[in-house]
Design a protein. Structure first.
Length: 172
């Protein structure tokens, strides 16, 4: 974690490199890292570089969307195996049924809201909405990806607003 922060600090004054790192980091956050993406937003927030923050937000949203696309494909391929495996155990079958019901009921809105929460891991919700996507019928791929992209942008906006409000409260 400290190494990541140091790499980001070193790349901060080279915008194209910083955004490339933010993009790659966002892909990894979506796929495997249970670490919030907000680490990449700290420096531009502290410096008040709003244009730079906007570029980073778009790089992060694109990275999360690429990661979500890969997970969506994985989920379509894994779902049958998960269903077969869960048929062997009553508790697993119950869990799969509840997870599919949850994904079906909450849909894109639920995914969008979960992924919009600052400091929350993206990995778990993306996998849940992908693997328990009832044979790819509950969520369509393009809308799934749009929900991921918009939630990432929204998350940065929420964090930026919270930062500005908090900074103003401290200076009052």
């Amino acid at each position: 974690m400290v190494d990541l922060i140091q790499v980001l600090n070193d790349a901060y004054n080279t915008p194209w490199l910083y955004m490339l790192l933010a993009f790659a980091y966002a892909v990894l956050v979506a796929l495997i890292l249970p670490i919030p993406i907000e680490i990449a937003l700290l420096l531009p927030l502290i410096d008040g570089r709003w244009g730079y923050l906007t570029g980073i937000a778009l790089a992060i949203a694109a990275g999360k969307t690429v990661g979500a696309w890969l997970i969506f494909l994985l989920g379509l391929n894994l779902e049958g195996s998960v269903r077969k495996w869960s048929d062997r155990w009553r508790v697993a079958r119950w869990f799969v049924a509840k997870a599919e019901k949850f994904v079906g009921r909450t849909g894109y809105t639920g995914l969008y809201l979960l992924l919009s929460v600052p400091m929350m891991s993206d990995t778990i919700p993306i996998y849940i909405y992908s693997v328990f996507n009832e044979e790819g019928k509950a969520l369509e791929r393009n809308m799934f990806l749009i929900a991921n992209f918009l939630a990432a942008v929204n998350r940065v906006a929420i964090l930026a607003m919270a930062f500005v409000i908090g900074a103003n409260l401290i200076h009052v």
